[in-house]
Ligand binder design. Structure first.
Ligand SMILES: Nc1ncnc2c1ncn2[C@@H]1O[C@H](COP(=O)(O)OP(=O)(O)OP(=O)(O)O)[C@@H](O)[C@H]1O
Length: 254
């Protein structure tokens, strides 16, 4: 099967600090992968390396066989390597539809037309409307982002990610800060993502990891120390020592 994304021997240092050490992994179509590890393990740095926010000191990234290591962030996005926007990057005073429409227009390279509502251009409207319906957010289309609950704002990040037509979608703690009762809605939306894209999620909440991931990558001190199914990961002695600790013991006791 074609690798949608591959990391080969990726390392990154900040001064003398080795934050990413010889990382290798592959993502293929339909992958649902969680990246876990203790605080400071280098998870966000690895995502920043994948997106092109920072450059590796060694190693390469490939998409579908093409090397992308030297490509800019926008070039990677155009190839379908998409990270969800953080809520802080949403336009709070615009509607949900406007926010998603802007991402669609960015992808289609449609320039904003000031004398007509770009959101309502037929080819744009058809798309945002389908994305919002698909994620169960149609009711929110004409609400301003600022009026929404935090959990709903995080769902808009997913909608914007989809508007960029991802082949690989990187989710950085999609449920962080979301009240407990709103968290299932996030998982529900993630479960509705197109089945053929690869999703890599950084997540600390192990319950969410177990509900989402079919494969887990464990990072500790910059190194991938384990890769396996959620059950294999909880059973692994080194992972339990490095990270899971009491969570794994509690889970095995149930
Ligand atoms: N730009 C930078 N310059 C120097 N050090 C950095 C930089 N970015 C990250 N680090 C360091 O790299 C290490 C890994 O940080 P990173 O944020 O990638 O870890 P993380 O696994 O995402 O942690 P958390 O779970 O707490 O978010 C930390 O020690 C951090 O201080």
């Amino acid at each position: 099967m074609t690798n949608l994304l591959e990391a080969r021997g990726v390392s990154c240092s900040f001064g003398g600090l080795h934050v990413t050490r010889d990382v290798n992994f592959k993502l293929t179509a339909g992958d649902r992968v969680a990246l876990i590890g203790p605080n400071g393990a280098g998870k966000t740095t690895l995502v920043n390396l994948i997106t092109g926010d920072i450059a590796p000191s060694e190693g390469q990234f490939f998409m579908g066989g093409d090397e992308i290591t030297g490509l800019s962030i926008p070039d990677r996005v155009r190839r379908g390597l998409v990270r969800t926007f953080q809520t802080t990057r949403l336009f709070a005073n615009l509607t949900v539809a406007d926010n998603v429409a802007l991402a669609i227009m960015q992808r289609k390279r449609i320039t904003r037309r000031f004398f007509s509502s770009s959101t309502e251009l037929p080819e744009v409207r058809a798309e945002w409307s389908e994305i919002l319906s698909h994620l169960g957010l149609a009711k929110l289309a004409y609400r301003k982002v600022v009026e929404l609950a935090y959990g709903q704002q995080r769902l808009i990040e997913l909608a914007i990610g989809l508007a960029l037509h991802p082949k690989v979608l990187l989710l950085d703690e999609p449920a962080a800060g979301v009240p407990h009762d709103e968290a299932p809605k996030i998982l529900e939306a993630i479960n509705r993502l197109p089945s053929d894209i690869a999703v890599l999620m950084i997540e600390h909440d192990m319950d969410l990891v177990f509900k989402f991931a079919r494969r887990v990558l464990v990072l500790a001190a910059g190194r991938l120390i384990f890769e396996g199914s959620p059950d294999e990961v909880t059973a692994d002695h080194e992972v339990r020592r490095a990270y899971l600790g009491s969570y794994a013991d509690a889970r095995r006791a149930t």
